[in-house]
Design a protein around this ligand. Structure first.
Ligand code: XMP
Ligand code: MG
Length: 183
């Protein structure tokens, strides 16, 4: 669906589908150069990263494998609990592999910080992070992130895989919700 289909639910659009694709193409070009000659494994974090993964991997000029992890850190609300639980682990043994985590958003950073330490303990050859969005003003921990699509203000956003209570993931664009949706 497009922003125009749910304009009553949205406050404003932050990035259009086209802007997102253009930025992901740029990141993919950079990733292709950095990993030239290396076999990189893309690790997505379900469910939010599905769109980023789909578009980023198609923008890469080489064939790349992917794997997925699912963790719980949020309930149905909009605040990170900091308590992370693995709901689905990787199918792949990442020991000695070059791993690139693909994320939708780094908010407080608590979730990704936990995932990062967990994956590092498995002895990958390298571990980097690619996130489409980052909220610098919301950071509770500092995470080194090699590829960042956009730094955004500290507002709750939906669309392009990102949800509010499991809805709005299929919005093509990224936007903020109108206040009446929360109440
Ligand atoms: P933290 O705070 O641990 O958050 O960095 C990690 C996960 O929480 C989700 N998240 C959001 N989802 N709009 C969303 O739809 C947001 O503004 C938002 N902020 C955080 C997301 O799944 C992220 O991986
Ligand atoms: Mg996520």
């Amino acid at each position: 669906m497009d922003a125009s289909d749910i304009s009553g639910d949205l406050d404003h659009v932050l990035y259009t589908e086209r802007e997102i694709h253009e930025r992901l193409d740029e990141l993919a070009a950079q990733i292709a150069v950095d990993y030239e000659g290396k076999d990189v494994l893309l690790v997505g974090v379900l469910k939010g990263a599905i769109m980023v993964m789909a578009d980023l991997m198609r923008a890469l000029p080489t064939s790349v494998p992917m794997d997925w992890m699912a963790v719980s850190s949020y309930g149905s609300g909009t605040k990170s609990s900091g308590v992370v639980r693995i709901l689905k682990d990787l199918d792949t043994d990442i020991h000695d592999r070059h791993v690139l985590i693909v994320e939708d958003i780094i908010d407080s950073g608590l979730t990704l910080n936990w995932i990062r330490s967990n994956l590092l303990s498995r002895g990958p050859a390298s571990l980097e992070i690619c996130t489409l969005l980052r909220k610098p003003d919301a950071a509770k921990v500092t995470i080194e992130c090699k590829y960042v699509g956009f730094d955004i203000p500290n507002e709750f956003v939906v669309g392009y895989g990102l949800d509010y209570d499991e809805r709005y993931r299929n919005l093509r664009d990224i936007g903020t919700l109108a206040p009446h949706v929360y109440s």
